[in-house]
Design a binder for this molecule. Structure first.
Ligand code: BTN
Length: 326
């Protein structure tokens, strides 16, 4: 479904979080009642859940806080404000990573940030789809031109994971963990993922998808244990814009310090969040499958894996994926 300015207008009216009659929505948005009815029908395709009541009208089942560039900027610290060059928010985009990747080809710049309310072709690791319903989660990409060479950027996803844990912790969300190389976990369930795409000129697009609320309908095709922020924190009135600012504060700070330092400075913090160390897993590389125990990561950020024979193998992130042996 193509998202238009009119969809956005109607949703802005609905985001007041109460019942609205069609006549009211029509008056507030300047659209005809027939058009309003059509838009209301289409919202379920975006993943929005709406309750209709005969005398009261329509209301969204869950509070909708639309992302706002001015709100996000208000929450940025001085360091982040000085590093941010462009901040864009799209109601719908194919993929924020794809968009910034294309921008990099024509106008490469550090500190270009793009958020989306929904993605039609959200990209996950290993060619997977990232489910991106409207207005509930964080879909964020950030571009950066690194001075380091490509080889020194191999630990970037670990460092970005640290920034995400720091941001969530500052928001009062505790016990967030990391699963090598770039998953955000909580109690053995995936809360978010990082997708970093780097060109051979050390130009990086850093993408983050964080689940705040995944509607049940949309989760049928997710093949691994997952969670969302609504299930972790009891207060559901946290601000999405505030979380977006915290993420940018920590992401930009970590990126700049990673430019000056090496991965080694971050290893002990990363290891303190590692939720896979000591776990029995299956590792998949192409057609090969290995069973063994995760020993942790080495000083270069590679995965250390102990086979049943006792032999330790190291794996780079691009070549493998792994699952817990349940
Ligand atoms: C993973 O597979 O775990 C990585 C998921 C990364 C998803 C984010 S959402 C924002 C950005 N745009 C994309 O298309 N993908 C990343």
């Amino acid at each position: 479904m193509t998202f238009t300015d009119n969809h956005y207008k109607v949703l802005t009216c609905l985001s007041q979080n109460r019942f609205h009659t069609i006549a009211e929505l029509s008056e507030d948005s300047g659209l005809s009642c027939v058009a309003i009815y059509k838009y209301l029908q289409s919202f379920s395709k975006l993943g929005l859940e709406i309750t209709a009541m005969s005398h009261k009208g329509y209301r969204l089942n869950r509070k909708l806080e639309l992302l706002s560039a001015s709100q996000i900027k208000k929450g940025l610290d001085t360091n982040a404000l000085s590093l941010l060059t462009t901040l864009e928010i799209y109601p719908q985009i194919s993929s924020t990573n794809r968009y910034l990747g294309e921008m990099m080809e024509t106008k490469a710049q550090s500190g270009h940030v793009c958020f989306a309310e929904s993605q039609t072709h959200g990209r996950g690791r290993r060619g997977r789809q990232w489910i991106s319903p409207f207005g509930a989660n964080i879909y964020l990409s950030l571009s950066w031109l690194f001075e380091k060479d490509l080889a020194s950027l191999s630990g970037l996803s670990l460092v970005i994971g640290i920034a995400v844990v720091r941001a969530l912790t500052e928001m009062g969300v505790h016990n967030i963990a990391l699963k090598w190389p770039n998953d955000i976990y909580w109690q053995n369930k995936k809360l978010g993922g990082i997708l970093i795409e780097i060109s051979n000129k050390s130009q990086a697009v850093i993408g983050l998808g964080l689940n705040l609320y995944l509607p049940k309908k949309q989760t049928m095709h997710i093949t691994q244990p997952w969670t969302d922020l609504d299930k972790i924190i009891t207060k559901t009135d946290y601000s999405r814009n505030h979380l977006a600012s915290l993420l940018l504060n920590h992401l930009l700070a970590v990126i700049v310090s990673f430019e000056k330092k090496t991965l080694r400075s971050y290893l002990s913090e990363w290891r303190s969040y590692d939720c896979m160390q000591g776990q029995e897993v299956f590792i998949y590389r192409g057609q090969q499958q290995f069973k063994g125990i995760i020993e942790g990561i080495d000083d270069n950020g590679m995965l250390l894996f102990k086979e049943s024979s006792g032999m330790i193998k190291t794996f780079a992130s691009a070549e493998v994926s792994f699952r817990k042996n349940r």
